[in-house]
Design a protein around this ligand. Structure first.
Ligand code: RIB
Ligand code: CA
Length: 323
């Protein structure tokens, strides 16, 4: 059983990642969910996390509210992609209860140190890395209880918030730098991988066909209908409306834990630009293949850059259709 903590900014693709994780609790011991400002404000993403634990039948998993802004910059939501409230057309009631009195950092610290001796947690950050950086700076001793960090973020090939940078790293580049330099075992599910891990329009259509079928048979269909409504919104967003397929960024972290054989990548020495210009949040390789310049840099990240796409799509669909 893998002890797992998910740090998230739900977020439509975050919702698919959470839904997939909650359907694999036979393999994943989900210690907690923490929220971080990113796709939407901390109030909205925390509301969404509570809503999603209920929607997916996982409301026994505690939710911890985290940072409301990056370490050293203003927050920038992505409402044009994820909607005014972060879940496409869905507007959950603003939370009034049910998230922990502990903040994200203290929630992680408490959960990780409560693990038996010799057992460690794997952290899946699928939003900006603000909470993780705060955890490592506040309680550096917690590193001994962290197996690895499998994060959705960064890119060695393209950008999605600017032409150079991926949103999660761009939103809080200082936090990303702290994590990249932490010395912990890191697996980067960046755009090099996630822009290839897509759900085409017809797959989203299959979710609709399935919930309509269940509706006809008076069977439970609300979860699937909600998933369809969110994915349809995502498909029609400026990021995907012309491509007619959506990048399933965040669920790559979950599937990497469950089916690592689906993915491939390379070890590289990676760091991030902390400037305020077009290079903000650009993640780049320090190691170079053809010169001695790179020799001074020890690889610090496994950068995933490909997956067996058909099997990826099948696993995502099979998991979602189990709701
Ligand atoms: O760049 C993609 C990432 O930014 C994903 O985590 C998505 O949810 C947004 O947060
Ligand atoms: Ca996210």
């Amino acid at each position: 059983m893998l002890h797992v903590w998910i740090d998230t900014d739900p977020g439509i693709d975050d919702s698919v990642a959470l839904g997939a994780a909650f359907k694999h609790r036979d393999s994943l011991d989900i210690l907690g969910i923490s929220t971080v400002a990113g796709n939407q404000t901390i109030e909205k993403v925390t509301t969404n996390a509570l809503y999603l634990t209920r929607l997916f039948g996982a409301d026994d998993i505690p939710v911890y509210k985290g940072a409301n802004a990056p370490l050293a910059r203003a927050s920038h939501s992505a409402g044009h992609i994820h909607g005014e409230f972060g879940l496409g057309p869905i507007k959950p009631e603003m939370f009034t209860d049910n998230f922990s009195s502990l903040n994200a950092v203290d929630g992680m610290k408490k959960a990780f140190f409560a693990l038996p001796d010799g057992e460690k947690a794997t952290i899946l950050p699928i939003g900006p890395l603000t909470n993780i950086a705060l955890l490592l700076k506040t309680y550096p001793e917690v590193k001994d209880k962290i197996e690895k960090i499998v994060f959705m973020g960064g890119s060695l090939s393209c950008g999605n918030v600017t032409s150079l940078a991926e949103f999660n790293v761009w939103h809080d580049p200082e936090a990303a730098h702290i994590v990249l330099k932490s010395g912990l075992k890191l697996v980067m599910c960046g755009l090099d991988l996630t822009m290839k891990c897509t759900l085409p329009e017809e797959y989203i259509g299959r979710i609709r066909s399935e919930y309509l079928l269940r509706m006809e048979k008076n069977e439970e269909h609300k979860t699937l209908q909600t998933l369809f409504d969110m994915l349809k919104f995502y498909l029609e967003s400026p990021a995907y409306r012309d491509k007619r397929e959506v990048a399933m960024h965040d669920v790559c972290t979950v599937l990497y834990l469950l089916y690592p054989e689906l993915f491939h990548g390379e070890m590289h020495a990676v760091d991030v630009y902390l400037s305020d210009d077009i290079c903000r949040g650009l993640t780049y390789r320090l190691d170079t293949p053809y010169s001695d310049y790179g020799d001074k840099y020890e690889p610090n990240v496994l950068v995933l850059n490909g997956a067996e796409n058909t099997r990826f799509r099948d696993v995502v669909m099979e998991t979602l259709l189990r709701y």
